[in-house]
Design a protein around this ligand. Structure first.
Ligand SMILES: NC(=O)c1ccc[n+]([C@@H]2O[C@H](COP(=O)([O-])OP(=O)(O)OC[C@H]3O[C@@H](n4cnc5c(N)ncnc54)[C@H](O)[C@@H]3O)[C@@H](O)[C@H]2O)c1
Length: 392
């Protein structure tokens, strides 16, 4: 009989709840322990999932429940220290929230430690486990849009540098699944309508490291897909519908979004004459219960399939690190106004390097909630309110 993987959760916040529901529901995984410093969150999730083994200390949880997989859905600046703490106490597989780390030094160290232990790392980009992305890959393999030429991707409209770390990581993961590795990056980063300078380097909201650029346009050169353009532009509001990518080929176009995938069987069409057809996708074996999202379910399913085969998740630690390489290359290219070849030999943070070279120290501490963070930026630059709001 196929084995059941024992999963333990480190962090019972919003993301931990979503992820653990899928691990609880999937027939090949179970949730055997929960850990949080916040007793109320721990008990609320423990009661919902029916998990009795609850802890406020990660080492105690690892020793008591001996998990195969530990989920690490904590704030981004805690991914690295807590993932390393788990691996110091137990050789087990990890499921780390996105973005994997805040910089390349952390990503390199985490991968090295996991490699020594033979542990797998999955990075929680659940959207790209949706079968709509498989439908795009299938359509490409069948030559349905001819030869792919170019891919364009948009974000939701957060401040560009934050969008890149927060949502760009999801988009890059989905893109890399169809394009292969990125070899070179050329980017333009603007703040207040002019190219960024050392003073525009700031601490990210939500603990996502060091960022810059209100508006970002990046050209990416891939192995197989030729070129792509990543747009991370701040909009007046947050537009979920904007998130996604479109691949242009010699004979048609493919569009991918969290809600589905579509094909237009002609390369060009003026508005009103475009004919987008939905691509069929595989469904879960039965309707999922309330609170279990399809992306989360398929993401767990992909991990089970990979671990059964002794392999890695499609969104694995190497992919997670490559995404951080691309993101830091975008920052570097914008900061130094030159193309950056990947993987970069210099593993330090290019924006902190820029500040050091300008005689500046690390950026000042900034509010963690996005709304408050943006208000500080608006006040600093004298932006009118309509350029920063309305916000979610
Ligand atoms: N995959 C996605 O679609 C998606 C969406 C939103 C956010 N995220 C990511 O999820 C991550 C977490 O986000 P969140 O909003 O759930 O965070 P959160 O702060 O709401 O939850 C994290 C929990 O971890 C707990 N925690 C922190 N340190 C701990 C420790 N040492 N031991 C035990 N528990 C500890 C906190 O008490 C908290 O309850 C972020 O990295 C974010 O980027 C991913």
């Amino acid at each position: 009989m196929a084995r059941t993987y024992r999963a333990a959760l480190l962090g019972c916040g919003n993301r931990g709840a979503y992820a653990s529901r899928a691990y609880r529901y999937h027939p090949r995984t179970d949730v055997v322990g929960l850990c949080d410093l916040d007793r109320a969150r721990l008990d609320a999730l423990g009661d919902e999932l029916g998990v009795a083994d609850r802890f406020d200390d990660v080492e105690a949880m690892l020793a008591a429940v001996e998990p195969d997989i530990v989920l690490v859905p904590v704030q981004t600046d805690l991914h690295f220290p807590l993932a390393m703490r788990v691996l110091a106490a137990r050789a087990c597989h990890l499921d780390v929230e996105k973005p994997m780390t805040v910089d390349l030094a952390q990503a390199d160290a985490l991968l090295a430690r996991a490699g020594e232990l033979g542990a797998q790392i999955a990075v929680h980009h659940q959207g790209s486990s949706l079968r709509s992305l498989s439908a795009v890959k299938r359509a490409l393999a069948e030559g349905r849009i001819g030869v792919p030429l170019h891919v364009t991707s948009n974000g939701k409209g957060y401040y560009g540098g934050y969008e890149l770390m927060n949502m760009g990581t999801h988009m890059l993961n989905a893109l890399l699944a169809v394009t292969g590795p990125c070899r070179r990056v050329t980017a333009t980063l603007l703040t207040g309508g002019r190219p960024i300078a050392a003073e525009d380097v700031v601490q990210s909201p939500s603990g996502m490291g060091t960022i810059a650029g209100q508006q970002i346009t990046a050209t990416l050169e891939f192995d197989e897909m030729l070129t792509g353009t990543l747009h991370q532009h701040m909009f007046p509001g947050i537009e979920r519908e904007a998130l996604g990518f479109e691949i242009a080929g010699t004979e048609g176009r493919l569009r991918w979004h969290y809600d589905g995938a579509w094909i237009q069987p002609v390369p060009w069409a003026v508005p009103g004459r475009a004919r987008w057809e939905a691509l069929p996708e595989r469904q879960p074996p039965e309707p999922l219960p309330d609170g279990v999202n399809a992306g989360e379910y398929w993401y767990v399913d992909d991990y089970v399939t990979a671990l059964d085969a002794g392999g890695s998740h499609p969104s694995d630690g190497r992919r997670g690190r490559h995404i951080i390489e691309i993101i830091l290359a975008i920052f570097e290219s914008g900061a130094y106004r030159r193309p950056v070849t990947l993987p970069q030999a210099e593993r330090d943070h290019p924006l902190l390097r820029l500040r050091r070279e300008a005689g500046l120290g690390d950026p000042d501490p900034a509010p963690r909630p996005y709304r408050e963070w943006l208000a500080v930026q608006a006040a600093k630059h004298g932006w009118p309110v309509e350029r920063t709001g309305p916000l979610p």
